[in-house]
Design a protein around this ligand. Structure first.
Ligand code: NAI
Length: 767
């Protein structure tokens, strides 16, 4: 027993263990869980156990969902959906509100259950996870109530299949279920096999509040159950988890028409500039990589610190590390609990070993009993070390130094991921400059891991696409007004003409590709006779690659600002209308007139498609900023050569993207005519590039290209090939049938929505 003066000396905490009696009674009463389908629990089937990772003790028996279970759940969801969507927004809101209230009343119970099943410290489940769950349901109760007013003409998608990971089990459930049901969808959710218990407790809450049967269905199981859900008759898949599984899901849903959002891994930079408040930065590391045992997709797992302050920063970091308390999850003074599962622990330990073999020093980070791994960090990690690029998903950061801000940004962006970034600097100029340059969906300035239901969260690059939270997140669970689909004639495969056959009588116009603001002969030197009768260049994969290079170099168009881009679009419209008669003769008067008005429309939007300042917590300035993707591949409709091209290219460039367009295969001349107009309208070279040729072959090259950040694919034939080819860099693919391009609804905000990715930047107030 230490004396009082010894306690005063060490300031050690005594144990303060949260009572788990109520949770253990609840588990004892149930013991074996079935699935929650159509408002009731099925009898428990064959399955597996879920354990307490801190002790290895069994908590409960869980059923392994089969394809039949999934089918039954989807059937129940499908049956319930029209009635649920038919309720007024206010009525749906009341159910979400009741869920929020009930969870709030059970906060303690759910926190203990979460900590037992996952191993996270009770301090975190009680103070972070569960309050955020409650907030999410309240916030989305609001969106349900406001849906008709705020999203007129939008409707629910239908049935959403949702697959979630084990790091924030109930919070990820809330992020998925709340927006889905607020918008009038019904859901089938599969929790992670390591942590199904809070989802099952949530199912009981749905029963208790009288949520209509079938609106929420929960089927437990492992990856096989998840794969069965992906294959099932659902209208959307929303997935959070590893990039590897995200890729498999992208491939499995290719061509099915299922909507998809992916929230995947990260290797997020944590930048400490030389003017940073170093104590705050050290606390940032604690909140970032040592929070939740580092099992956080947006953890600041790569610490990048300015060389000038590196030594001072590291001294403080090491001192703070020593004071972190690793211990039982239910002890209220534990900072770092247990890793979720022995397999995950082994993975962390192995990755650290590999990093050390590759030359890094490991500070702390030693494995303990059962699932414990002490927090730590790896020093001297260069981009060649596997620890630089591999997601460790444990309480181990890497630490690397840099000299200049440019070097910091280049290191920060030296990753295939793009989920989050943390920037510590006392200078607003420096911090906001870095925030603008870093490629990530979320940026926290002078802080880490701040979340709120109103602040969209999600990634760029291989961290996935789609957003969760706020207005933007709601759009991922709704369908926009439909426009009449016009069946596209499938173009015949173009044939290269033999040399010499190309000449025709009279002065013959020789069409060329349009790349980098100049006319270019196609790489293969070949032409084909388009269905329009014109002789046009036959582009190939090399031409696409050259066009992407040119588009990348033109990235500066984003820097022109909305006003500058609007001027260019107005100028294109003006010059197009000057050539109206000539082009109307070739492409039809209505097409030209509508193209002119569409250019005006997107010119108008160029400086008005605003971001948002969202209401999260007091003391934070949270901006949600629309950012261009960079290079968008645009595969244009075959049947509306001029108007289809303008309807897609104009919104893409209005938002600051550059474009590689594959024009109508049967009549690409309309696009080349427009290229001449671009040349005289101040459009910077490379912002629009046009490669004609076999549409599907060229589209597949665009889809597979790593520097093409998003793809728009138009055609009635389906998008299976491009969606499959897009798995490389996991670009979002917006595929849609050939629309009636003369319809008024063939222009609008939704084209702009698809032309941007949202970046959420958090900036705390306060000195
Ligand atoms: P995982 O991606 O395999 O699991 C996530 C969810 O997907 C689970 O519910 C799982 O049952 C399900 N799933 C697995 N295979 C599936 C398939 N083929 N089709 C449909 N659903 C499937 O992640 P895992 O294996 O648990 O963790 C491995 C690594 O993934 C971690 O070390 C970490 O690097 C990363 N990860 C990232 C997360 C994030 O939030 N971004 C969350 C969890 C893991």
């Amino acid at each position: 027993m230490p004396t009082v003066s010894e306690i005063m000396e060490t300031m050690d905490y005594g144990p303060s263990v949260e009572d788990s009696g109520a949770v253990r009674d609840w588990l004892k009463d149930r013991e074996r869980f079935g699935h929650f389908i159509d408002g009731s629990f099925t009898a428990a089937g064959r399955g597996f156990v879920t354990t307490d990772p801190a002790t290895g003790d069994t908590l409960a028996q869980i059923s392994q969902g089969t394809a039949e279970d999934i089918a039954a759940a989807v059937k129940a969801a499908r049956k319930a959906q029209p009635k649920w969507a038919g309720l007024s927004g206010q009525e749906r809101a009341q159910y979400l509100y009741a869920i929020a209230r009930t969870i709030q009343k059970r906060e303690r119970f759910l926190s203990v259950l979460e900590s037992l099943d996952n191993g996270k410290p009770i301090r975190e489940s009680r103070d972070a996870d569960i309050p955020l769950v409650v907030r999410h349901f309240y916030h989305h109760a609001g969106w349900a109530a406001l849906m008709a007013e705020e999203f007129p003409d939008h409707s629910a998608i239908g049935v959403a299949g949702q697959i979630i990971p084990w790091n924030f089990p109930l919070l990820m459930l809330a992020w998925k279920i709340a927006p889905a049901i607020a918008a009038g969808n019904t859901v089938v959710l599969k929790p992670a096999e390591y942590t199904p218990l809070t989802a099952l407790a949530f199912a009981e809450i749905c029963q208790e509040i009288g949520l209509p049967r079938g609106v929420v269905n929960i089927v437990t199981g492992d990856g096989e159950t998840g794969a069965a859900l992906v294959e099932a008759d659902v209208d959307k898949i929303a997935f959070t988890g590893s990039t590897e599984v995200g890729r498999a899901i992208r491939a499995a849903t290719a061509g099915t028409g299922k909507r998809l959002t992916l929230e995947l891994g990260g290797k997020s930079p944590f930048i400490v500039m030389d003017d940073a408040d170093l104590d705050a930065a050290v606390e940032g590391v604690v909140d970032s990589i040592w929070f939740n045992q580092g099992q956080v997709c947006c953890a600041g797992s790569r610490i990048l610190v300015a060389e000038a302050v590196a030594e001072r920063f590291e001294t403080r970091l090491a001192r703070r590390l020593e004071r972190l308390r690793v211990g039982p999850p239910l002890d209220k003074s534990t900072d770092v609990g247990a890793i979720v599962h022995p397999l995950q622990k082994d993975r962390i330990v192995n990755l650290c070993r590999q990093a050390v073999t590759a030359g890094a020093d490991l500070v702390g980070g030693q494995p303990g009993e059962t699932c414990y791994v002490a927090p730590g960090y790896l020093r001297e990690v260069s981009p060649a070390n596997p620890a630089w690029s591999e997601e460790i998903f444990g309480p181990i950061a890497t630490l690397t130094t840099f000299r200049t801000a440019d070097e910091a940004i280049s290191l920060a962006n030296n990753t295939r991921y793009g989920l989050a970034a943390m920037i510590f600097s006392e200078s607003a100029t420096v911090a906001t400059d870095l925030a603008a340059q870093v490629k990530s969906g979320v940026v926290w300035i002078n802080g880490a891991n701040m979340f709120d239901a109103a602040a969209p969260f999600g990634g760029m690059r291989e961290s996935g696409f789609g957003r969760e939270g706020g207005r933007v997140g709601m759009l991922d669970y709704m369908s926009a007004p439909t426009i009449k689909d016009i069946k596209e004639k499938t173009p015949k495969p173009p044939k290269a003409l033999p040399d010499g056959k190309a000449a025709v009588a009279g002065i013959n116009r020789t069409e060329k590709l349009y790349i980098g603001g100049a006319q270019k002969r196609p790489d293969g030197g070949a032409s084909y006779r388009a269905a329009s009768g014109d002789l046009v260049p036959l582009g190939n994969r090399k031409d696409i690659r050259n066009a992407v290079e040119a588009a990348k170099k033109a990235g500066k168009s984003a820097a022109m600002g909305g006003h500058g881009r609007a001027q260019v679009l107005y100028f294109i419209a003006e010059n197009l209308s000057l050539r109206r008669e000539e082009l109307a003769a070739k492409h039809g008067g209505e097409a030209v007139d509508r193209a002119v008005s569409r250019l005006f429309y997107y010119a108008a939007w160029a400086d008005k498609f605003d971001g948002l300042n969202v209401q999260t917590k007091p003391d934070y300035l949270v901006n949600v900023i629309p950012q261009p993707f960079g290079v968008i591949g645009v595969v244009c409709p075959n049947d509306a050569p001029l108007l289809g091209f303008v309807s897609l290219v104009a919104p893409a460039i209005a938002m600051g993207n550059s474009v590689v367009a594959i024009p109508a295969q049967d009549d690409p001349v309309a696009a080349f005519d427009l290229a001449q107009i671009f040349d005289t309208s101040d459009l910077p070279g490379g912002v629009v590039n046009i490669v004609s040729g076999p549409k599907d072959d060229l589209a597949a090259v665009l889809a597979a290209h790593d520097d093409v950040a998003a793809l728009w694919f138009c055609g009635s034939k389906g998008a299976e090939a491009v969606e499959r080819a897009s798995t490389g860099n996991l670009k979002p693919v917006w595929s849609f049938p050939n629309l009636d391009w003369s319809a008024d609804a063939a222009q609008g905000r939704r084209f702009l929505d698809h032309a941007v990715q949202w970046k959420t930047v958090w900036l705390p107030y306060g000195a």
